[in-house]
Design a binder for this molecule. Structure first.
Ligand code: SAM
Length: 281
């Protein structure tokens, strides 16, 4: 396991992933009853953008930095919610910290809610544990996130969200692993909301994944994609997508509004977006 998210924190893929994550949590928070959030591949929770790792790639410049520059004040709700969270974490107005998915989720959750984070790499898991040492709502598990799905689902809260954000070091094989995990999880917890992030390099390499995703035993399967360049090179990440199972009622409407704005802000050349139901019962 060589992947370290610190090299990529705040890039265009994180922007899409975290806009969706916060939107799903906001939709769940419309009801008072408690929710459970499971982050199967959590990372270290918070990243220094002025540190060595982020400095080496400069990826945040094409992601969160552009977002802050493009939307200095007003933004569509999905984007405004994301940028508010970034600004809260950088209260003096200088962008130094990037909140990862566990930190964003924890800030959005209420006292009655619960968050479980899994991270396999020991240094990252240690940082995550330290970050949440004083928060009794958050459990940190140094373990395989795919295996944890069987142990932690279904949750006692009966409503909530699973975020699956693997590093794709195994390339296309990771898609199959993630889909198999989703299939097993849906058997345990059919009514849960699930969001799987995936990278897009070559469009045609994703056909198998999308056919398999459409056949998952979820009631609804929604795909949201953001490309900053045409998906024509296997050598670099040209964009990314979120596969969303059982999204909240009318959630797609906020993405319909946000995705074109995200492309305008983040595209390098000939960017595009896609929002499609693969299945809708
Ligand atoms: N979700 C994080 C965020 O949005 O801030 C970023 C996560 S990063 C893309 C993927 C993380 O998964 C890495 O920190 C890696 O160490 C961890 N990881 C890799 N394989 C794992 C597994 N099987 N179970 C749990 N964590 C894993």
């Amino acid at each position: 396991m060589n992947y370290r998210h610190g090299f990529h924190a705040g890039n265009h893929a994180d922007v899409l992933k975290h806009v969706v994550l916060l939107g799903l949590i906001a939709a769940l928070a419309r009801k008072d009853s408690a929710m459970f959030v499971l982050d199967t591949h959590a990372g270290r929770g918070r990243y220094r953008l002025d540190g060595e790792q982020a400095g080496k790639t400069g990826e945040a410049a094409g992601g969160v930095e552009r977002m802050l520059a493009t939307f200095p004040r007003s933004a569509p709700p999905a984007i405004g919610r994301y940028l508010d969270a970034i600004r809260r974490d950088n209260a003096d107005g200088r962008l130094q910290l990037y909140p990862g998915s566990p930190w964003l989720a924890a800030q959005a959750l209420r006292p009655q809610d619960r968050l479980a984070c899994c991270e396999l790499q020991s240094e990252e898991a240690g940082a995550l544990r330290a970050l949440f040492a004083a928060d009794p709502r958050v459990g940190v598990h140094q373990r395989d996130g795919y295996q944890a799905l069987a142990a932690l689902l279904p949750p006692k809260e009966k409503r909530g969200l699973v975020l699956i954000d693997p590093p794709y070091e195994a390339q296309l094989a990771e898609f199959d692993t993630a889909l198999a995990a989703l299939r097993r999880s849906l058997e345990r917890w059919p009514t849960g909301i699930y969001a799987l992030w995936y990278p897009i390099k070559l469009r045609r390499a994703l056909g198998h994944f999308q056919r398999q995703a459409a056949a998952l035993p979820a009631r609804q399967v929604l795909l949201a994609e953001l490309l900053v360049r045409p998906a024509d090179s296997p050598l670099r990440m040209n964009g990314s997508g979120m596969l969303i199972l059982n999204p909240p009622w009318q959630y797609e409407q906020e993405l319909q509004q946000a995705l074109p704005k995200l492309v305008d802000a983040l595209q390098e050349q000939d960017g595009s977006w896609r929002l499609d139901w693969l299945k809708r019962e």
